[in-house]
Design a protein around this ligand. Structure first.
Ligand code: F3S
Length: 64
């Protein structure tokens, strides 16, 4: 399972990193999210999906 954050859409709502801190990290510079690793770590899939559906900007997508 792979995820990607669209940096243009992300507005720094932080929900993704609160729900799945092992999957997403927030930039110290602008507060925007990126996937720590494109490949979601084993056991983190449910949290990753929850984060995807929680993002108000729909900035996170599954890429496979
Ligand atoms: Fe950005 Fe959505 Fe997370 S706006 S910080 S990807 S909850």
């Amino acid at each position: 399972m792979k995820v990607r954050v669209d940096s243009e859409r992300c507005q720094g709502h932080t929900l993704c990193a609160m729900i799945a801190p092992e999957v997403f990290e927030l930039s110290d510079v602008d507060g925007h999210s990126t996937a720590i690793s494109e490949e979601v770590p084993a056991g983190q899939e449910t949290k990753a999906r929850e984060a995807i559906s929680s993002c108000p900007e729909r900035a996170i997508s599954l890429i496979s």
